[in-house]
Design a protein around this ligand. Structure first.
Ligand SMILES: C[S@@+](CC[C@H](N)C(=O)[O-])C[C@H]1O[C@@H](n2cnc3c(N)ncnc32)[C@H](O)[C@@H]1O
Ligand SMILES: Nc1c(NC[C@H](O)[C@H](O)[C@H](O)CO)[nH]c(=O)[nH]c1=O
Ligand SMILES: N[C@@H](Cc1ccc(O)cc1)C(=O)O
Ligand code: SF4
Length: 464
């Protein structure tokens, strides 16, 4: 019996978890602690995110009190600016055998083998192809490339790693590049190719760092320092999902556990790399798991200080194995999304920025969340595969003009930022054309000129 079956009770979607949302705290005391700026306990967080464990469901009046406290805290910590980054997504490969049940991005790596019929929808890019994608985006004015990928069996950290891996040992999860139609080469070569194109490289999740040292004795510090030498600038704290192992055993039994995830992030920080943090919520976990996860992030930040932002990733359920198998019926509700953002703002007293992700929430809800504690509105990304393949409906691109319009419409100040927030530029409200200015080749020309010139808002207006 697998973890999925053994953790489930009779009713579909109900799990016999040890961690449950019960506390000795009252909602009123938790709210007072939040308003007074005291460091919240896990029990406080659970009371706030459930709007009180003494009542069933979410109490709308109490919810508003939590959102208001978070919005006030946001104003005290970061003021009225709303930031975004001019970035491009470059996913290198969809080949992955890890089998996470929330993910529809991956394609079984077997399909990519040279002697298989080439009829799958996946892709693998060579370093040269990654270089071209990023070079084109940098020429348009992009500052950053976000690059996350499947764990391709032919990937290794560098040539030494590929030589050390044994194709006969199933634990190494390695097949030599000759087996595949396209060789992804090594992580070091991919990072160098994107860095050489002039972008800030935001890449190598803890799960990818783990893949980059499977089967050898190297530690995460070694991996991240080699990658930093190759041009890695910052690390995305994805692969976090829910940082409580009883939930990971259900939704991603093939992934590293919470302890390993934290160890990889600490190593990245040790090497001096700034990093983001994330939570993917709204599937099988309960509110207590969400707060425990925030607690793991807050502890990690106490030790490192390297986390620049927290990114809530609301689970996109439509096209995923969890939904197909009837394990979940839907994702988080609007109220749950609002409370997650608000409690993250209040709980993470040591993380300055909370992101509202338009790719997950769309424009209308994304803007609403900027009044619930969030202050960053993600990036332009230009293309998107992960959310789209899971059934996401919110498009793949936002222009700088979209950002200027949307952020001004809610009475806040639009600001273009660098990935680590150290460089910032307030947008000129009187500019007749909006384009990025922080990228190495950015001169204020719109990222996609035709789209902005004809006033089309294709991707941006698709949902709201
Ligand atoms: C697709 S993986 C790619 C990188 C690498 N394979 C890894 O797992 O770290 C990146 C992240 O996308 C997010 N993701 C995947 N499927 C999703 C879904 N259906 N809804 C929301 N987020 C999702 C997860 O948080 C995951 O860690
Ligand atoms: N850079 C950000 C992204 N990029 C898109 C991701 O790479 C990915 O396709 C998806 O979000 C995976 O869940 N997405 C964000 O939500 N926030 C970012 O800052
Ligand atoms: N920019 C965020 C968001 C992100 C989300 C999902 C990803 O797969 C990648 C990135 C990060 O660095 O973590
Ligand atoms: S989340 Fe990452 S590791 Fe898991 S299946 Fe998807 S691509 Fe592979």
């Amino acid at each position: 019996m697998g973890a999925l079956e053994s953790n489930m009770s009779d009713a579909a979607g109900e799990f016999d978890f040890d961690v449950v949302p019960e506390t000795d705290q009252s909602f009123e005391n938790a709210l007072a602690n939040a308003r007074d700026g005291r460091r919240l306990s896990v029990a406080d967080g659970i009371e706030l995110i459930t709007t009180g464990t003494d009542t069933e469901g979410i109490d709308p009046r109490r919810k508003e009190l939590v959102l208001e406290a978070a919005d006030r805290r946001r104003a005290e910590v970061v003021g009225e600016e709303v930031t975004f980054v001019a970035n491009v997504n470059n996913n290198v490969t969809t080949a992955c055998n890890t089998g996470c049940l929330f993910c529809n991005f991956k394609d079984t790596a077997h399909n990519f083998e040279a002697d298989e019929p080439d009829d799958h929808a996946g892709f693998t890019k060579t370093p040269e192809e990654s270089h071209e994608v990023v070079k084109d985006a940098v020429e348009r004015g992009v500052y950053e490339v976000t690059s996350v990928s499947g764990l391709h069996p032919a990937f290794g950290l560098n040539d030494d790693h590929r030589e050390a891996l044994d194709p006969e040992n199933p634990e190494h999860n390695y097949k030599p590049p000759e087996r595949y139609t396209t060789d992804p080469h090594t992580y070091v070569e991919q990072i160098a190719a994107m860095s050489d194109a002039g972008a800030h490289v935001h890449s190598m999740t803890p799960e990818e760092a783990h893949h980059a040292q499977r089967g050898v004795e190297w530690d995460y510090r070694h991996v991240y320092s080699e990658l930093a030498d190759a041009g890695l600038d910052t690390v995305p704290g994805t692969a976090a999902e829910i940082l409580v192992d009883e939930v990971r055993e259900v939704i991603c039994p093939g992934k590293i556990d919470t302890g390993e995830w934290v160890a990889a992030m600490e190593a990245a920080a040790d090497v001096g790399l700034p990093m983001t943090s994330t939570m993917m919520y709204g599937h099988v976990e309960n509110e207590a798991h969400r707060v425990r996860h925030l607690d793991v992030i807050r502890d990690l930040q106490d030790r490192t200080g390297n986390i620049t932002e927290f990114v809530p990733l609301s689970f996109v359920h439509q096209e995923t194995p969890l939904y197909d198998r009837g394990v979940v019926e839907t994702g988080a509700s609007d109220a749950e999304d609002e409370l997650l953002v608000a409690v993250a703002r209040l709980y993470l007293d040591n993380v300055e920025h909370i992101q509202s992700s338009w790719v997950k929430f769309g424009n209308a809800k994304g803007l609403k969340l900027l009044n619930c504690g969030a202050d960053d509105f993600m990036g332009t990304i230009l293309s998107e595969e992960i959310t789209k393949r899971a059934g996401g409906q919110h498009g793949e691109f936002r222009s700088v003009a979209d950002y200027a319009d949307m952020i001004s419409a809610i009475g806040r100040t639009p600001v273009e930022r660098s990935t680590d927030y150290t460089e910032r530029r307030i947008l000129d409200p009187d500019a007749d054309k909006h384009g990025p200015k922080l990228g190495p080749q950015a001169d204020g020309t719109p990222l996609v000129p035709d789209r902005d010139a004809d006033g089309s808002r294709g991707a941006a207006s698709a949902d709201d």
